[in-house]
Design a protein around this ligand. Structure first.
Ligand SMILES: NC(=O)c1ccc[n+]([C@@H]2O[C@H](COP(=O)([O-])OP(=O)(O)OC[C@H]3O[C@@H](n4cnc5c(N)ncnc54)[C@H](OP(=O)(O)O)[C@@H]3O)[C@@H](O)[C@H]2O)c1
Length: 378
């Protein structure tokens, strides 16, 4: 190993026997520092980003960590890192010890036809680093594939640099690759003040598309205004957006929501609906999307068994587009927007390393949460 790299480190570990809320599931342990294999890099983590996926990992739902990576009994989560290259494995060409970097979270085998010509996200071995793999960023050292590395934007602090990768890169792919957003498109953004939403607003603004933001408080609306948003719907005014009996057609609540939306847009339905809430909102998303419009979805915070009235799908020729993470190209393009100052990291709170579990509990429990959180590791 490279001189100066210790044999052991402190890391926040989740083990299957303590699956539960983050404050129960996450424990600080002393574990071996991982060794970088072929094409891999060891990072000295300076800061780690907080993402909702680690709440899923802590709870072991919908899949437990033993199903995510059966060969690794311990789970060190964390899908966003900013840090310094501490060691490189055999075959690493473009990075060297001392480079300051951030990460994107997509891992793939790098050797199959999908990785070499089609799309690494369709690789049979594709995984979200720090969620479907261990040795993520919630330790003093993390092990990544070299292709995950991106240069750290120089003017950002470590915490700012760590807070945005997964969320921004996912939102970038959802809008620019999966939904093909165009200037003047209207984009309905659920959870607009949250991690994904706060970048969706900025990305829409960057191409002169119009974000229509769903929020749940005046404070969250004010926050979205600082990112350039102008049109808002408070979801507290529309408590019945899910549709327990799709055979009965759209509910009154869904029709009221569409009326409000049309009042904001001068009668136009959104070309794109930016979905990640799932069960509670999906029936409305499909209903309100414009004819020939797209519902682009990457998550399901409120439940992943979705219902919708399929007549609105085929008769109005809408599309439901799944989108997951990003590839290296998406991440590189999106990171350049940060480097250029077009996209600002939405860091709203920084936690010390010893408070990593608390940070995740906050994401789970606190309805006032907005923007992005980071954990300073060093
Ligand atoms: N597949 C991928 O690659 C990928 C990548 C990133 C994230 N995700 C997933 O996407 C989801 C969102 O991630 P995030 O980082 O943006 O989380 P977040 O920061 O916690 O934001 C989620 C937002 O959703 C809104 N929300 C929560 N429950 C809702 C409900 N019942 N109805 C309407 N809105 C609700 C909340 O906004 P208001 O209360 O203001 O409405 C909240 O701000 C998570 O499930 C995450 O796992 C997937």
């Amino acid at each position: 190993m490279t001189p100066g790299v210790p044999d052991e480190m402190r890391a926040w570990v989740v083990r299957e026997e303590r699956h539960g809320d983050p404050v129960t599931a996450m424990k600080l342990e002393t574990v071996p520092v991982p060794r970088p294999g072929v094409g891999e890099v060891l990072l000295r983590v300076k800061a780690a980003g907080v993402n909702y996926n680690h709440v899923w990992a802590c709870r072991g739902k919908p899949v437990s960590i033993s199903q995510l990576h059966p060969d690794e009994p311990l789970h060190i989560g964390g899908s966003d890192a900013a840090g310094v290259v501490a060691a490189v494995g055999p075959g690493v060409r473009y990075w060297k010890v001392g480079d300051e970097v951030i990460t994107h979270p997509n891992q793939s085998c790098g050797q199959c036809a999908a990785c070499n010509g089609l799309e690494p996200l369709s690789c049979m071995h594709q995984k979200a680093w720090g969620f479907e793999t261990s040795w993520g960023s919630f330790g003093q050292y993390a092990r990544v594939q070299a292709q995950q590395l991106l240069p750290r934007p120089k003017r950002l602090s470590w915490a700012e640099a760590a807070c945005y990768g997964l969320k921004l890169f996912t939102a970038y792919r959802m809008l620019f690759v999966s939904a093909d957003v165009k200037p003047r498109d209207r984009v309905l953004v659920w959870g607009a003040s949250g991690g994904l939403g706060s970048y969706a607003i900025q990305l829409c603004r960057a191409v002169s598309a119009v974000p229509i933001c769903v929020v749940s408080s005046a404070e969250k609306e004010s926050y979205c205004r600082t990112l350039g948003a102008e049109l808002f719907i408070d979801r507290n005014d529309f408590p019945y957006l899910s549709d327990p009996t799709p055979s009965a057609g759209p509910t009154d609540g869904m029709r009221q929501f569409r009326r409000e939306l049309r009042a904001l847009t001068g009668g136009e339905d959104p070309e794109i609906v930016f979905e990640h809430v799932g069960a509670q909102t999906f029936p409305t998303s499909l209903f309100v999307a414009r004819r020939l419009g797209k519902v682009v979805i990457c998550g399901a915070t409120s439940g992943y068994q979705l219902t919708f009235d399929a007549r609105y799908l085929w008769m109005h020729q809408k599309q439901i587009v799944g989108s997951h993470g990003c590839n290296q190209h998406d991440a590189t393009r999106a990171n350049a927007l940060v480097e250029q100052g077009v996209i600002k990291p939405t860091l709203t709170r920084t936690f010390g390393f010893e408070h990593a579990a608390l940070a995740h509990q906050q994401v789970l429990e606190d309805p006032t949460t907005h923007g992005s959180y980071a954990i300073v590791v060093d």
